[in-house]
Design a protein around this ligand. Structure first.
Ligand SMILES: [Zn+2]
Length: 127
């Protein structure tokens, strides 16, 4: 068996983080999971060309999936912070950097790390 490369580890971790956020938003259906697989496959090629970008793949894959969902399902993830006004999606920051977070630009707050949306939305779902 070949050892797991750091690139594969980064991709695997990114996939797990984005899937965790999809589960938190209850949109982790089979066809949505395949969107994640597509995004991971594209970013595998990308990060093979630019290994220094390995720390960025989680934020990039989150944005890729967000874009793909916008076409097919609508906005994701919806902001759990703003209780009033139009429903709006969170954005990933930094767009290209390590340690990505979901932020609400309307309220100007960091909502959760990518992969930790459940902690931001769980309280609302259970009440
Ligand atoms: Zn908001």
């Amino acid at each position: 068996m070949e050892p797991v490369t750091p690139l594969e580890q980064a991709l695997h971790a990114a996939r797990a983080l984005v899937l965790a956020d999809l589960v938190a938003g209850e949109v982790a259906e089979a066809d949505v999971v395949s969107l994640v697989e597509d995004a991971v496959a594209e970013r595998r090629w990308w990060v093979e060309q630019w290994p220094d970008g390995a720390a960025y793949v989680a934020g990039l894959i989150a944005q890729d999936v967000q874009d793909a969902l916008l076409d097919r399902y609508g906005r994701w993830p919806l902001c759990p912070v703003c209780g009033t006004g139009d429903p709006h999606a969170l954005d990933v920051e930094p767009e290209l950097g390590p340690d990505p977070h979901w932020v609400c630009h309307k309220a100007g707050v960091k909502v959760a790390a990518v992969g930790a949306l459940r902690s931001a939305t769980g309280g609302m779902a259970s009440s």
